[in-house]
Design a protein. Structure first.
Length: 443
């Protein structure tokens, strides 16, 4: 009897690496796409991958790629599967290449760490902190998320207020495998890394990453309340501009968003806007003076020695804010937006006047390309896709840029055309087998 490709693969690589049972295939063919009601409708009944391959080494990765190329089988890479745009869903079946087992911290040196792609960011930060250093930027999913998944599917997060996003020097080097008959092992640095950052695994498979580290800071955390969102925004901006205060997080959000934070129910003040903060403990006096100056009140303070020992303030920021809202009210979804620095007060007023309680505003102060910027992850009470895109159109009409989180297509997620990345895809993946369907331009 002739064997099918799944059986050939299993025989060649062994069943510790190649999994064909239905439960594993279904579990590892999904990510957090259900965050979006639009993606959930489109992806929830999608057929699972035919095979899940879980290699332990680069040599095994290369063997799987060569096998996929030879048999013309799509390969979709997976880290921890916490991406929320369906990036890791194998739209055309084939192989899901789960790299979570490649989780060795290869080297921690002064100012850098060299990691296998499956290292979890939380594990990495703990090790770095023990060595007197720390990760610069990480997503709020750091406990589960892998460094390879963050570089290939994320953008920024905690720390971005000081160090910017992934494109701002937060990846130093990457080892990439191409999807060819004989896969090449490329070592990429500098500007060339842009073809691989936030690529959804379409231009190459990343097996090793070197990231920069900063000296360890003792971070205090606080929840500060203000009577109005506008006051909280002004305070946030002043703090963001205060270069002498080391900071990791400034996240203002309007009421009732703080009411969703059940573990902080005892300290949250009803009806108030809240700002979630991570600040160097040594600078707390200056922060307190700033809070006073803007009419705020520190409702909750977690001293630095409790850092990561209790539930942290950052567990309620970035897209975790949305998660807490969805836990209370399953009709909630979200958008990703960029407000204009000189105009955000007016933009907030216009948005609230038009959409009222249908849109709740949550901001993250960040740096991008060295400049201060105002990101937002507004919560939206979902009624229909049509209504959602009416809100998107309104935002764009008042100069609020939307990075649509309700699509798995790279170019439609707000990046626009991906020029050099598309060229790199043709070079590295001539048969278009890497995560097909995620990039508009395919070979
Ligand atoms: P996965 O989801 O497994 O993969 C992400 C993408 O990268 C997929 O397209 C996958 O094919 C590709 N990929 C994975 N590994 C590799 C590799 N080694 N080589 C090539 N391609 C690869 N993101 C942020 O940027 N900032 C946030 O603050 C943030 N907060 C979040 C909060 C919540 C509650 C949720 C659900 C998501 C959030 N995300 C955030 C999105 C996501 O969690 C992060 O981007 C995370 O870093 C993804 O890592 P992962 O290992 O889970 O990647």
């Amino acid at each position: 009897m002739q064997m099918n490709w799944e059986q050939i693969m299993q025989e060649r690589l062994g069943d510790e690496i190649v999994h064909v049972d239905r439960a594993t295939r279904e579990k590892l063919s999904k990510d957090y796409y259900w965050y979006s009601p639009v993606l959930n409708r489109q992806l929830q009944h999608m057929k699972a991958a035919d095979v899940i391959a879980i290699p332990r080494s680069e040599a095994e990765v290369a063997e799987i790629i060569a096998f996929g190329y030879h048999h013309n089988i799509p390969v979709t890479v997976r880290g921890a599967g916490t991406g929320n745009y369906g990036q890791a869903v194998p739209l055309q079946g084939g192989i899901v290449l789960d790299l979570s087992r490649m989780d060795e911290i290869l080297e921690i040196g002064p100012g850098y760490a060299r990691l296998q792609c499956g290292v979890r960011l939380g594990v990495m930060d703990k090790k770095a902190r023990e060595a007197g250093q720390e990760i610069r930027i990480y997503p709020s999913t750091y406990v589960k998320a892998t460094v390879g998944g963050f570089v290939s599917g994320g953008s920024g997060g905690i720390g971005s207020i000081t160090h910017g996003n992934l494109w701002d020097g937060n990846v130093l080097e990457a080892v990439i495998y191409t999807m060819e008959e004989t896969p090449q092992r490329l070592v990429i640095q500098g500007r060339d890394l842009f073809d691989y950052i936030h690529n959804y695994g379409t231009t190459g498979i990343l097996t090793e990453v070197t990231i920069p580290l900063s000296p360890r800071t003792e971070w205090a955390q606080a929840i500060v309340s203000f009577n109005t969102l506008q006051e909280s925004m002004k305070f946030g901006e002043a703090l963001a501009r205060e270069e002498k205060i080391p900071k990791r997080l400034i996240a203002p959000m309007e009421w009732p968003i703080p009411s969703y934070f059940v573990p902080f129910a005892k300290v949250i003040k009803a009806g108030k806007a809240a700002v979630m903060l991570e600040i160097a403990e040594e600078s707390m006096d200056s922060v307190e003076a700033l809070v006073d100056g803007y009419g705020g009140c520190i409702d909750h303070f977690i001293e630095a020695k409790q850092y990561r020992k209790t539930i942290g303030v950052s567990d309620f920021t970035w897209n975790h804010t949305t998660l807490w809202a969805m836990k209370t009210d399953s009709s909630m979804t979200y958008l990703q937006a960029g407000f204009e620095l000189g105009r955000y007060e007016e933009q907030i007023e216009l948005l609230k006047a038009k959409w009222g309680d249908e849109v709740y505003l949550h901001f993250e102060w960040v740096r991008s390309g060295g400049e201060l910027a105002l990101n937002a992850l507004p919560l939206v009470r979902f009624q229909s896709e049509e209504r959602l895109y009416e809100i998107v159109a309104f935002c764009e009409s008042i100069g609020v840029k939307i990075f649509d989180p309700h699509t798995w297509v790279l170019e439609q997620g707000g990046r626009g055309e991906v020029g050099s990345m598309a060229r790199k895809k043709r070079e590295n993946d001539p048969r278009g087998l890497l995560n097909p369907g995620k990039m508009k331009v395919e070979p």
